[in-house]
Ligand binder design. Structure first.
Ligand code: DGY
Length: 310
C-alpha cells in the first residue's frame, strides 16, 4: 500500500478514507516516511522546497490542507511531475467571519476593554472610557476580491459600511452590484479606506504590498486588518505607523515570520493579535482535512484531483 505522510493530525473520517488507498504516517513520523511516501499533506509552517522534495523521490501528490499554497515550490513540484492541490471554498465563510470579528474587535478595542475589566479597572459606565472608532458609515477597503474578499464584502451591508475594492481581476458589474462594492485604483483604496482588509494570496507581486511608503500614505486614523498572509505587510514598518501614525490600529491574524511576531507589535496597545485562526472552526477543519484526503484518494486511484493548484 502507498505511504501517505501527514504533517497534521487527521480526523478519523479523513484517516478512514485514506486507509482505502494507503497507509497514513504522521504527524510524528511524517519526516522519516518521506523516502517512501507517495502523498504528502504538508503544513504551512514548513517549506515544501526542492531540498524536501529530493528526499521524497516517490511523491505523486502534495495535498495542502489549506487554501494558500505559498509555502510550496510549485516549479520544483512541476519539474518532478508532482500534483499540488489545495482547499478552496471550504474555509471561505469561517475566514470571512474571523476577518469581521477581528475588524470589530480592533476598531472597538474589545480585547483592551476586556483586559481592563479583568484587571479590576472597570469603574462603572464613564463617558470617555473605552472609546473606539466608528463602523457605521465608514469605508471598508478590500484588497483581493476572490472568494474570501467577496464573503467579507457580503457581510458589510448590515454594518452600514461602504465597500470599495482593488483586485488582480475586476469582478463583473452584476457581482459588484450584488455586493454593493465599487472598484477603485490601489492608490484610492490605500488613501481613502477607513478600514483596509487584505485578502490576496502571497506572491512575488504582493510581498510587502504595504511597505513603509504605502503604510505612511494610509488614511489618518484608519485601521489595517490582515487575515491573508503576514508577508503582505512589512511588519517592522507597521510597528512604526502604529506608533506614530497615520494608523489608529491593526488587527492581525497572520505574521511575516510565523510563529515569530515582531517584538514591537506585542508592546502596542492599538494592535489586536491572533494566532492564525482564520479557518479554525471544528467544521471547517474537518472539511479542509476531507478535501485534502479526497484529493489524495483520487490521485492514488489514478483519477484527477478535485482541487488542483496546477
Ligand atoms: C489557509 O488556508 O491558507 C489559511 O491561512 C489557513 O487556514
Amino acid at each position: 500500500m502507498p505511504l501517505i505522510a501527514s504533517t497534521v493530525p487527521l480526523p478519523d473520517p479523513a484517516r478512514q478514507l485514506l486507509a482505502e488507498v494507503g497507509v497514513v504516517r504522521g504527524p510524528e513520523r511524517w519526516e522519516e516516511s518521506l523516502g517512501e511516501a507517495e502523498a504528502l499533506i504538508p503544513v504551512l509552517s514548513k517549506q515544501v522546497d526542492a531540498a524536501l522534495l529530493d528526499r521524497a523521490p516517490r511523491l505523486r501528490i502534495v495535498a495542502c490542507p489549506t487554501v494558500g499554497y505559498d509555502y510550496v515550490d510549485l516549479d520544483a513540484c512541476r519539474e518532478r511531475g508532482i500534483i499540488v492541490t489545495h482547499t478552496p471554498d471550504v474555509l471561505t465563510d469561517a475566514t470571512a467571519d474571523l476577518a469581521w470579528a477581528l475588524l470589530l474587535a480592533t476598531v472597538r478595542r474589545l480585547p483592551q476593554a476586556e483586559a481592563s475589566l479583568r484587571g479590576g479597572e472597570f469603574q462603572g459606565w464613564r463617558f470617555r472610557d473605552y472609546l473606539g472608532g466608528d463602523i457605521t458609515g465608514a469605508t471598508l477597503g478590500i484588497f483581493g476580491m476572490g472568494r474570501i474578499g467577496q464573503a467579507v464584502a457580503r457581510r458589510a451591508a448590515p454594518f452600514g459600511m461602504r465597500v470599495q475594492y482593488t483586485s488582480r481581476t475586476r469582478i463583473s458589474d452584476a457581482e459588484e452590484r450584488a455586493l454593493g462594492a465599487e472598484w477603485v485604483e490601489w492608490e484610492t483604496l490605500l488613501t481613502t479606506s477607513d478600514v483596509l482588509s487584505l485578502h490576496a494570496p502571497l506572491t512575488p507581486e504582493t510581498r510587502h504590498l504595504l511597505d513603509p511608503n504605502s503604510l505612511r500614505r494610509m488614511k489618518t486614523g484608519s485601521y489595517l486588518i490582515n487575515t491573508a498572509r503576514g508577508a503582505l505587510v512589512d511588519e517592522a514598518a507597521l510597528v512604526e505607523v502604529l506608533r506614530s501614525g497615520p494608523l489608529a490600529g491593526a488587527g492581525l491574524d497572520v505574521y511575516e515570520h510565523e510563529p515569530e511576531v515582531t517584538p514591537g507589535l506585542l508592546e502596542l496597545d492599538n494592535a489586536v493579535l491572533l494566532p492564525h485562526i482564520g479557518s479554525a472552526t471544528r467544521g471547517t477543519r474537518m472539511n479542509m482535512a476531507m478535501l485534502a484526503a479526497r484529493n489524495i484518494h483520487r490521485v492514488l486511484s489514478g483519477e484527477l484531483p478535485l482541487t488542483p493548484v496546477m
